[in-house]
Design a protein around this ligand. Sequence first.
Ligand code: NAG
Ligand code: NAG
Ligand code: NAG
Length: 488
Amino acid sequence: MRLISRRRLRFFLYVLIGFIMVTIITRGIVQFQLNKEIKYYKRFFKENKDSLEQMFNPLEIKQIPEEVIDSLYSETLSRASKTNKGINWDKFAYVNYVTDASYLCNTLIMFNKLKTEFQTKAKLVLLVTKDLIEDNATNKEKNILMLASIKNVDSEQVRIKYVDNIVKPKDYTPWNESLTKLRVFNETDFDRIIYMDNDAALTANLDELFFLPQYIKFAAPMTYWFISQNDLKEAYHELQHDDRITLNLNNYNKQTISRIKKGKMIYNHLPSLPSSLYLNSKNVAQEIISSTSSASPLFDFHTSKKASKIKFASNIMVIKPSKETFDKILYELLPRALTKKEMYDMDLINEELYNLKKIVYYQFSLFRKLKSEFIPEVMVLPFGRYGLLTGSLRNKNHYSMISNDILGYKRMDNDGNELLGLDKSVADAKYIHFSDYPIGKPWHYVSIKEFECVPDAETAEDLDQETKACNIWNSFYDTFIQARSICN
Ligand SMILES: *[C@@H]1O[C@H](CO)[C@@H](O)[C@H](O)[C@H]1NC(C)=O
Ligand SMILES: *[C@@H]1O[C@H](CO)[C@@H](O)[C@H](O)[C@H]1NC(C)=O
Ligand SMILES: *[C@@H]1O[C@H](CO)[C@@H](O)[C@H](O)[C@H]1NC(C)=O
């Protein structure tokens, strides 16, 4: 008896080992084939991009420089005026959401600026959770007054929508209601929305973002603050190496803008996000396949599920709302996110909805089946103009990065001199998020004196730079502190 069962055991062991070997070998072959195909198409798009009109490169994620965004906008405006058709601004909206009464004032400041100072014609939508005005809400009367002031910015243009909040059970962090933000994907009355966290300073309207290429459903800046000097070096190296092109962003922009004027496709000409920033190895096939397989400890022991170095920031997003996407969030992703620890809005967006590796995987899978039917949906916005954190103004290590906000490329003039400096970057920034940990949000303070930046460098040169940085930083906060008087 014992002999038989031992023999049987050995038999099963052999079968199991055989099965694992076959799995590994099959996977190896699949990856090898896929990598060969990837290499082929990478080269194909490099060599043919000037003549392609209806085929999008599925192997890259594209970054769109501000110069190109502006050019698309001015081209749309001039075409609209030539054809006398006008632009239907009712189809565009800026969207804020508020789950905590102390943020209502920020929306009033933001909407008031957008309307009166920056003269946008787009709708201004506030999603606010119902519980702020329920009978048992603390400060119910005050909240109702604030909401009335927000509506009064322009009773036509402003819409206030009451929504149920989405609360993470048994979570007592300040982010336990942050998943409510995902309701912005349900704003299907609009063709395109610009979602913004309202704890930020705006220096201009962002109307140009409504006119990103039609097919784009989601665009946001990258979390540039996770990038180290070494990561950047590697990114520059990768692109130069691959492409033998200069790093000068200007060259790309010139080409792209001239194509816009001729009405040609620009997608394949946009600068690509360096893959070293979101893939952890050079084995592209393995990276993208493993991003989609569910982790099974037995068969996944040799694949990497390491997180990317960068991801999409979720404090500002350009979204084409759709029932399809919202249903996916509501019925598939949210139920999982609600029970998973430390899974908040940004995590859901980056791990599930717009995971960079998964995007490349799905884009390429679709492309292999349909070629010209593949149309991209995702794009990266320049973080210098749209995604700056106030903290970077005081962080010397970020200065060169924020003026080179198309990753892997450099902003240079026609002579190849780098355009650097804080002035240039700040003059370009339109949306600056208040983020200066451990300093709290500015509404916790009565006056700028309580937290103002005071230069304390030792050398004269450093002191000079620091003084400048402090002045800029202080002025953003001071503007907020003064602007909030409209909330009294
Ligand atoms: C407040 O009232 C609503 C119903 O109007 C109820 O659902 C909610 O649980 C109440 N909240 C508190 C904190 O009592
Ligand atoms: C969310 O967290 C806050 C503290 O940050 C806590 O006061 C609140 O009760 C939490 N909400 C729920 C529904 O657990
Ligand atoms: C999504 O929006 C539609 C239309 O505004 C609305 O009827 C529906 O209740 C919303 N869905 C959810 C889950 O909030």
